[in-house]
Design a protein around this ligand. Sequence first.
Ligand SMILES: [Zn+2]
Length: 296
Amino acid sequence: MIIDIHQHITCSRLPQLAEVRGCGPFSARHLLEDMDKWGIDRSVVLPLANPENADVFGVAGNHEVITQCARHTDRLIPFCNIDPRAVFNTPKADLGMFIRAYKDLGCRGVGELCANLPVTSPLYRNVFDHAGREQMPVLFHLSGKRGGTYGMVDKPGLPGLEQALMDFPKTLFIGHAPAFWNEIDGNLKPYARDGYVTGPVETDGELWRLMTTYPNLYADISAGSGHNALTRDPPTGVRFIQQFHKKLFFGTDLFFVKSEPPPHLILMQEALRKKDITRSMFNNVMHHNFERVFGK
Ligand SMILES: [Zn+2]
């Protein structure tokens, strides 16, 4: 069993926007065909809801994701998404009402959170609070800068995320994107936070401490960010999976028709084949963690 926790689909009625991405439309039908090709049993489909990146890249929002996933409940799992500014741009907004409504329609988590606001902002804290109360994990894209990009913003070393982990112990956070994964490295240069850093990891970064300290912090291995962090220095990547196999989710974030298998799949299969990780570690990352956290 393989569950991909990080996928997207494009808007079926806005193919011209999907073209902006340069890799064509990727509807639920494309996603299912691609999953069949690479042996992926189930995928979480993450809608986008923030003006920074919703619609502009043709990625489907809540309604289309929920509608499409409802046609394939055995294979596609919807999350819902909430912009922290929703309902009159106030940290007092009752977002729980929306989260419950989406949950009733089958949504199992909230994300991918991409609003380009500080993680410490009262608006984001309101999202974390309501998501936790409704027992809906949040999956976020972390960014090192404000403006000219998308993603929740934090400072080097992720002090804002740490504050949120402490203040919202009932909210399960799933980290993603370069500014999150680059903290695997204790010698990370502030200017490099949003890129793909290469070379050996000589000192373990804050990510190790946060993953060890906070039971409510998880990570997905998707995209260039997760893959790069786990492969730039192979022994370090193996050590990270060995140490945190109960807190990692398999994911790809590759929402286009692929002619090559997702590199995240190869990374995990190779680690198993070389006996760098055990079969049970492999299964935890590929599906057991998901089933434990989200149910079957
Ligand atoms: Zn994504």
